[in-house]
Design a protein around this ligand. Structure first.
Ligand SMILES: Cc1cc2nc3c(=O)[nH]c(=O)nc-3n(C[C@H](O)[C@H](O)[C@H](O)COP(=O)(O)O)c2cc1C
Length: 404
């Protein structure tokens, strides 16, 4: 059974949109993480998903009317006080308009007025309804008053139109909810993460690469986002599933990753990141001259002449200012003994002018959802993080970053 901790009480408001079919999934994600969820539904919402479904998924009664309450308790006020956060998903155009105007003619609207908790809104509607100036003004009004939004996605809409208006995916709404409720120890911090492999072309159909899946970097990006950071991810050719509020930059070769990481770490204008984490597995070498057309079997490649790629971590480290800013974290992967891994990590810490090297073994890291790592930092600490999900490892790495 999930442990109930503080700051984990969510009121989930559901309004009359076809996207209401995704609401049970949002509730399931939240309860799965140990959150207590109470659902408030508008009358229209009940045409799309039943209170019984929501009650079953959450294990709590569902509020559908002002008039069901026992006389000793005014339900919508009690729930408004109870909530640590209020999430309205899906939010109809009608709800957004009424909430902006301060209407209180449904338990959900009254609760929105009464609560002191942060409110997160995930709109869902036809593209023209969304783009209508009235809806845009209503959303701007709510944003001005501190209501947060998970922007709708572009795509095919239930009404047959194509465009923006589809409600964000449940997992994305889940991440935004966690971000609101989290300890927030990365609020105001900018983090740049490099992840995934690189590909060095041999010819138009072949390349040199490695087994990196990018999962460690994705876990770090999600965790940093959850804790309030402003996150950018530079990734090699792997699928990176992160909330759209995280900026992603896709690259292929080590040279491209070098350019992207260096320009984002040390921008010519504006504020650079506070923390740079390089978890990417960059090819050390690349074919000297990639063939322009596919090499034929008859031209059998018995050897490929290679040249070194730029050393991204080294160049990130050497560009650091006197104050060793930004905080720089690299990864070291080995296949041998622990002794060798720790020696390599300590050496890398020095050579690359980094604040911390995260050491791990290839067979425990590549492509897996779990990892075991050692945190080797500039203060001489060498701590093991036992095998756990990469999300948990990411949690530990970021907590250590705050202490560097
Ligand atoms: C099949 C169907 C789908 C609908 N989908 C949406 C939608 O995605 N977004 C929206 O704003 N309104 C949608 N509506 C209209 C709302 O249900 C309607 O405006 C309703 O009054 C909203 O009430 P509520 O905001 O109290 O839930 C839909 C209506 C129907 C019949």
């Amino acid at each position: 059974m999930a442990v109930q901790t503080e700051n984990k009480r969510v009121v989930l408001g559901i309004t009359g949109s076809i996207a209401a079919y995704k609401a049970p999934e949002i509730a399931r994600l939240l309860t799965g993480r140990g959150y207590e969820v109470r659902v408030v539904m508008t009358e229209a919402a009940q045409e799309f998903v039943t209170p019984l479904t929501m009650q079953t998924v959450t294990g709590n009664p569902v509020m559908t009317s002002f008039w069901d309450d026992s006389p000793e308790e005014i339900g919508h006020i009690a729930w408004a006080d109870w909530a640590d956060t209020v999430v309205v998903a899906p939010a109809s155009a009608d709800f957004i308009a009424k909430a902006n105007a301060g209407f209180a003619d449904s338990p959900l609207l009254a609760l929105i007025l009464a609560t002191k908790a942060p409110v997160l809104v995930a709109p869902a509607m036809n593209v023209n309804m969304l783009q209508h100036t009235t809806t845009q003004d209503n959303m701007a009004g709510l944003k001005e008053r501190g209501v947060r939004f998970v922007e709708p996605e572009e795509g095919e809409l239930a009404c047959g139109w194509q465009g923006a208006g589809r409600m964000a995916a449940p997992w994305e709404i889940f991440y935004h909810t966690m971000r609101i409720i989290s300890e927030g120890d990365f609020v105001g911090k900018k983090i740049l993460i490099g992840t995934g492999p690189t590909r060095e072309p041999i010819d138009p159909v072949r390349f040199l690469s490695n087994r990196s899946s990018g999962k460690m970097g994705v876990a770090l990006a999600r965790e940093a986002f959850r804790r309030g950071a402003d996150v950018t991810v530079v990734h090699g050719p792997v699928r990176v599933r992160v909330p759209r509020a995280i900026q992603t930059v896709g690259v292929t070769t080590a040279q491209e990753m070098h350019e992207a990481m260096l320009s984002l770490a040390y921008p010519e204008e504006g504020q650079g990141p506070d923390v740079v984490i390089m978890t990417a597995a960059v090819s050390d070498y690349k074919p000297k001259v990639p063939a322009e057309t596919k090499l034929k079997k008859s031209e059998a490649m018995t050897s490929i002449e290679v040249v070194p790629n730029p050393d991204i971590l080294s160049d990130l480290g050497s560009r650091r200012s006197e104050s060793n800013s930004p905080c720089l974290v690299g990864f070291a992967v080995e296949t041998g003994e622990l002794e060798d891994l720790l020696t390599e990590a300590a050496g890398k810490l020095e050579r690359k002018n980094a604040d911390m090297i995260v050491g791990n073994f290839a067979e425990e890291a590549f492509e897996l959802d779990t990892n075991r790592v050692w945190l080797v930092d500039k203060h001489g600490r060498r701590d093991e993080v036992a095998t756990s999900f990469k999300s948990r490892v990411a949690q530990k790495i970021l907590s250590r970053v705050l202490k560097l």
